[in-house]
Design a protein around this ligand. Sequence first.
Ligand code: NAD
Ligand code: ZN
Ligand code: ZN
Length: 389
Amino acid sequence: MRALRWHGKKDIRCDNVEDPGIEQPRDAIVRVSACAICGSDLHLFDGFMPGMKHGDIMGHEFMGEVVETGKEVRTLRKGDRVVVPFTITCGECDQCRAGNFSVCERTNRNADEAAKVFGHTTAGLFGYSHLTGGYAGGQAEYVRVPYADTTHVKVPEGLSDEQVLFLGDIFPTGWQAAVQCDIQPTDTVAIWGAGPVGQMTIRSALLLGARQVVVIDRVPERLAMARAAGALTINFDEESVLDRLRDLTQGKGPEKCIDAVGMESHASRSMDSMLDRAKQAVMLETDRPHVLREMIYVCRPAGTLSIPGVYGGMIDKIPFGAAMNKGLTWRMGQTHVRRWTDDLLARIADGQIDPSFVITHRAKLEEGPALYKTFRDKDDGCIKVVLTP
Ligand code: NAD
Ligand code: ZN
Ligand code: ZN
C-alpha cells in the first residue's frame, strides 16, 4: 500500500509499504477513505518530538471502512464505516472507565520508556512517537486499529466523510478546550491560535454560549475564518495582545483563556522557523511573549486557563507566582476523544455544526509530502488539509 512516512526532520515521503494485518484478537483493519494533517503532526515534521524512527507511518486523523476483524472484536464487522479517535483506548482500565481515555493505562506499549523520558505516559496514539506506543498511523491506504471495539466511532448513514472526519481529533479537542472553561453567558473567552484546533474551539465556545470570543493569531486567512464565525480578532504582529484584551474587558481581562497553539509558540513570535534548535533553546530563556505567559498575565483573577495546545518537556519563565496569587484554574490534556463523540456526532447530524468548514485543501495521499510543507508554512491560505488515499 501507499503510506506517508517520517524520514527525519522536514522529510515526509509517500512510500510503498506492506499492508497491515491482524496482530491481536482485538484488532480491526480499516481501509482509509479520508485522513487529515494535524498541527500535532507538525511537531513531528519540525523534529520537536523524541522517539520517532525512520519509516514510521504518520497520521492520527482518519476514517474509513472496516475490512477485517480479529476474533475477539464484537461490535464491528466488515463494511462498517468508522472514524478512528487518535487515542487508543482499552475501555477496561480505571482511567477508561472514568472517561479519561487519553490516559488509558494499557494501550501505550512503551509506557515504561515514556515515563523515563517524559516523567509521565499517555494512552497509545496513532502515528506518533514510539514513546506513545509507536502505532502506525492512518495517512495510508490501510491501518491496523488495536482495541477496535473501544477505539472507534461508528458513522451513521447520510453523513459525508468530510462532515465526520474531525470527530477523531480536532472537533472534540476544541470542544473539550471550551467545556473545560465552564463557560458562563457573561464570559469573554480569549483563544490563542486560529489554526484548525482554534477554529473548532471558537465554534465550541460560541455553541456553549460565551458572550464574546476573541482570537489571537497573525495569519490573515485564519483570522478571517475566525471573524466569519463571529469572533473578534487580534493580529499579534500588529497590536498589543494584552492591551487589546484589557480594552475589550473593561480593564479586567478575559475570564477564560485558551492556548490552542502549544509548543510552537516558543518559536513563533518574530524569530520564526529558520531557527535551529540551539537558538530556540536560548530563546526559551528570554522574556519573549509566550502564549502561556500572556494568558497568566491577562486572565481575570479566579479565571480559567485551558490548554489543548501540546507541550513536551520543560518550559521556562512561566510566571507561576502570578497564576497562584490570581487563583487561576488550569485545565489541560490530550483529548478524551470518545468522551465527547456521541454528543458531537448528534450535533453534526442535527445540523448545529458542520466541521468541514475548516477544510481549505483537498488532495490525493501522494501529494501529502508537499502539503505538509504548505500547512506548516501557512502558504496558499492553508488551514486544513484532507487527503484521500
Ligand atoms: P496549527 O499549527 O495549524 O495552528 C497553530 C496556530 O497558532 C497558527 O495559526 C499560528 O499562526 C498560531 N500561533 C503561533 N504562535 C502564536 C502566538 N504566539 N500567539 C497566537 N497565535 C500563535 O495547529 P492546530 O492543528 O490548530 O493545533 C494547535 C495545537 O493543538 C497544536 O499544539 C497541536 O499539537 C494541539 N493539538 C492538541 C490536541 C489535544 O489532544 N490536546 C489535539 C490536536 C491538536
Ligand atoms: Zn491531532
Ligand atoms: Zn484503558
